[in-house]
Design a protein around this ligand. Structure first.
Ligand code: COA
Length: 511
């Protein structure tokens, strides 16, 4: 793997976990508040991992001033049960919600809902980032959907618990107000629909934050909160106790004994070529990801550019689709058929993207590649078994769709640092646009003109196809190292196994 790809990712990661500037962090501590990430580690069962979701959100956006989009979200174990934790980082612009903060919390709630994870909201936020209100307030997936999800998940029996550990203003006040049970911290926690500034502007009343919405008011008079905590540590302990009092399923054990893969996880990075132009040794990579000797290949001699087969990862069964070349009609049909089998047998699906797209050209169009490709996209769309996507190489054009890109609802989706994604490769896009321009003008460009025209397009595609660019916009949940992939998938499969099975009803396949 290219060192440059690793360095770019690690630099973005370092910035993402850095929180707000030194001055706001000092102020936060001086108020007796713990940093968001420390709150999470105190909440989790000791020595258990935290699978962070959307860590790189907003990386490079908003002048790079909103690390992790101002909210830390991820899956961890609390009182023996898997939970989704959402913790505002008040050191980043008062923990206010930018468009990507909303998108990140909406995504975290979706993961929680699909996996029936208890939701813990560690609230410390000034609500909407007012200059961008039109991008966060009124639409379907905006702020309102966060509150609606709390109510809907509660109605489905998925616990919704809030700890108010700082400001909780305006729309944000509905998070604790709508949760099943709410803890509030003395002196630092406040909940109000309108903060002191707004109250003064609206009615002329001058009131301090604690009188307006502090812990005493809400636990003695208003009952907007249920539990009173002396400080952050006590609040986190109370949340653990609330969860501990409820009956919950622990993560289900794998149905078969997990076996180490044939190749060691640490060797995996070495298998990724230095140049993205070099072919990935996909069968070798597969052997480093799955339990040893567990792969049973489906139609190994047919449609060979899409490897399909069942295996185990960490002892959990999985159906794998892995690209080894361009998608042809045969490989697409084989993939659709394999998905049907997995749905019939309740086997979750893993898509390992390494795809430049579908084959093009007169012969293939005449052979109906659009119709055969549509079968695969149809099967991917309607399959109701849990789906997971990892982009291990390229993920381009309709190949991304056929391999369960973001729009097709994978329960978790990640990219490796060497991976790339866009509607087509930069070089192809530059050539296509140049040919269109030449066609319009009725002339042909010389070499210099060609380079001057194509280079900015190539550069733009390269910059916008990277894993950090994708993760910053939440097109994927995480950028993960190849050697983390097995653990990441094992947790995803364990979570999926504890959710009710759903019957698949496919749409009309064009035969
Ligand atoms: N929209 C945009 N920016 C906001 C904001 C908001 N709702 N609330 C705070 N900020 C900004 C501040 O301007 C400041 O920016 P700066 O770092 O560039 O100077 C930064 O966030 C931190 O705010 P500050 O007031 O210095 O921090 P604090 O920790 O003392 O207080 C709040 C944080 C959230 C309690 C306080 O800023 C506040 O009450 N904000 C208004 C909340 C509100 O009424 N929201 C309504 C949403 S509908």
């Amino acid at each position: 793997m290219r060192q440059e790809d690793i360095d770019v990712w690690r630099t973005a990661q370092k910035h993402a976990i850095s929180g707000g500037g030194a001055a706001s962090q000092e102020r936060h501590k001086a108020r007796g508040k713990l940093p968001a990430r420390q709150r999470i580690s105190l909440l989790l069962d000791p020595e258990t991992p935290f699978l962070e979701v959307g860590q790189l959100a907003a990386s490079g956006l908003y002048d790079d001033a909103v690390p992790s989009a101002g909210i830390v979200t991820g899956i961890g174990m609390i009182a023996g049960r898997p939970c989704m934790i959402m913790a505002n980082d008040a050191t980043v612009k008062g923990g206010t919600y930018y468009p990507l903060t909303i998108k990140k919390q909406v995504r975290a709630q979706k993961i929680a809902r699909e996996n029936r994870l208890a939701c813990i909201y560690l609230v410390d936020s000034g609500g909407a980032f007012l200059p961008l209100q039109d991008e966060i307030f009124p639409d379907e997936h905006h702020f309102g959907s966060i509150f609606r999800s709390i109510a809907e998940m509660s109605s489905q029996g998925i616990p919704q618990i809030a700890a108010v550990m700082g400001s909780c203003t305006a729309g944000g006040a509905y998070i604790p107000a709508m949760c099943d049970e709410t803890v509030i911290v003395r002196e630092t926690g406040t909940i109000f629909l309108g903060g002191p500034q707004l109250v003064q502007a609206a009615t002329g009343e001058v009131v301090d934050p604690q009188t307006l919405g502090g812990a005493d008011l809400h636990t003695q008079q208003s009952a907007v909160a249920d539990h009173y905590a002396a400080d952050d540590i006590e609040a986190l302990q109370l949340v653990r106790e609330i969860l501990g009092r409820q009956e919950a399923n622990a993560l289900p054990a794998p149905p078969t004994e997990p076996r180490a893969p044939l190749g060691s996880a640490t060797d995996l990075v070495g298998l990724i070529p230095e140049s993205p132009r070099q072919k990935l040794p996909v069968r070798d990579i597969l052997n480093h990801l799955i339990d040893a000797d567990s792969f049973s290949e489906y139609r190994a001699r047919y449609g060979t550019t899409l490897i399909c087969g069942t295996a185990h990862i960490g002892g959990y069964p999985i159906g794998i689709l892995l690209n080894d070349g361009i998608l042809f009609s045969e490989s697409a049909q084989k993939g659709a058929n394999f998905i049907e089998l997995c749905c019939q047998r309740d086997i979750p699906l893993l898509f390992l993207h390494n795809i430049s797209g579908f084959m093009v050209g007169a012969e293939y169009e005449a052979g109906g590649i659009a119709r055969h490709g549509a079968k695969l996209v149809n099967a991917v769309s309607t399959a109701r078994v849990p789906k997971f996507s990892v982009v291990i190489g390229g993920s381009y054009g309709a190949g991304n769709y056929a391999m369960c890109g973001r729009a097709f609802g994978p329960r978790l989706m990640a990219m490796w640092p060497n991976a790339r994604t866009s509607v087509m490769g930069g070089e192809q896009a530059a050539k296509v646009l140049r040919l269109v321009r030449e066609g319009q003008a009725g002339t042909t460009m010389d070499d210099d003109e060609r380079e001057a025209f194509e280079r900015p397009i190539r550069d733009d595609y390269e910059a916008k196809g990277t894993p950090v660019h994708a993760a910053a916009r939440l097109w994927v949940d995480a950028v993960i190292a190849p050697d983390e992939t097995r653990n990441w998938l094992t947790l995803g499969l364990a979570l999926a196994r504890s959710t009710p099975k759903e019957r698949t009803q496919f749409g009309v396949f064009r035969m």
